[in-house]
Design a protein around this ligand. Sequence first.
Ligand code: ADP
Ligand code: MG
Length: 510
Amino acid sequence: MGEKDDKNTTQHLTAHQINSSVAQQVAMAVKSTLGPKGMDKMIIDPLGDTVVTNDGVTILTEMRIQHPTAKMIVDIAKTQEEEVGDGTTTAVVFAGELMSKADFLLSKNIHPTIIIKGFKNAADHTINFLNSISESIDDEKLIDIVKTAMTGKSAELVKEYLAPIIVEAIRTAKDRDAVLLESVVGLRVKDSKLVKGVILKKKKVHYDMPNKIVNPKIALVSSKIGVLDMGGNTSVQVTDPNSMEKFFAQNENIVKKMVNKIKEAKVNVVFCSKEVDDIAGYLLNKEAVLTFKNVNMEKIEALAKATGAKIISNVNDIKEEMLGKAGSVEVDESYVSVNDCENPKAVTIFLQGGTEHVVDEMRRAVEDAIGVLSILIDDKKIVGGAGAVEMEVVKEINKYADEFSGKEQLVIKAFADAIEVIPTALIDNAGLDSIDVVSKLKYAHNEGKKWAGVNVFKGEVIDSVKEGIIEPVKVKIQAIETATDVVNMILRIDDMVAGEERSPQNNYGA
Ligand code: ADP
Ligand code: MG
């Protein structure tokens, strides 16, 4: 300690070592959840709330990681989730393994620049290769895509049931953001369904209002229905009782006029994003207009997409052609559903399950599936899962490495080895002997069986595409790309300097 000359080199080494070890530890945290036989994790937050999940990005986010390098690894999962909706664990586990290979190469005195270049080169080659081996699929295979994406989550048990619902949802809405998820706890999972419309957890304004309206005329209102607001602190100076009465009468007239406009337009359902006051609620109930207030704007917009309604900002301008249509609007104990819209541009997957944990994990699985499906709408290119595509890449990259020599070759081979961690983990997690099964897979791939993967239940080699274990090629490409970029970014860091805290008063410019 204290010898200045040594201190610098020690620091450099330590920065690398710490970063690398942190990255690998984060990857380790999710490795055991990979694949159909992966385990779940229970995360307990400081308040004692628990989350039980198999979802990579959820585990990493819930862990509330502080270390900057660890955050970079968590960001891999987040990017993966945002871009393609699935493959988060794969991306993180691969990054951890690539980091450990980098450590090995560094220990052989290979300079970081050479490693970074080699990894980038290998990743680019892998991505081109993945595009070249991917296959196009027909629409009926989309269900298999969903099942593969839902694998391993507790929703696994109901994926047969949910998969067609999810496919139908994305086909109807045609856009990931137009598929809403709503859930209630307490009912059977098998009561989950696709609603061609919108579900809102809202109670009607007045308990006497109707509970069901067939072929409703729906108005979406974005301003208050009721007496005018005069701002929080305005007070009315009342000098004599007559003027007070006049004031109330005037106000009531304003409300009456609003409700009349609604009635004249033949509206029988109102969703209002603002307040509907007591007088308005009373009058609307008298007209049997089913009314909901304080509906959040996102739901109003979804309702507009589903029913074809225009959002009305001033009730006095209401016209019949601004109204939306649906098959029915039905009120239930804790929610209201707008059903059977014609050509809806927004739909709702309504999830039901026995407990909050079940419903939450179902929701995550369905979100993954929706993400995966939505990237396939334009480009139906898939690869075989169950370790098949990774084994094919390993074979290709090893071949590619032979075009190089010396250190460059070592780096590219290390990249291929790192990819192998995915099939290895799938097999290990299933309690099978990965050395044995991986060598069987290698043999099959050398025989030209490009989609040879593992049946994790039997330990046998199968044709993953024939078995319907398929994933969008984009999921794999994204995983390789982000993981390699982040590992290279970490490798470029050769020192960590604690930044001084900045405040506006301090000017460090000079
Ligand atoms: P990720 O977060 O990376 O999607 P998962 O836990 O969902 O992690 O596991 C995905 C891996 O499981 C992929 O490699 C996929 O091919 C594989 N997989 C999915 N379904 C099966 C199956 N039925 N048999 C074997 N492997 C499967
Ligand atoms: Mg997955």
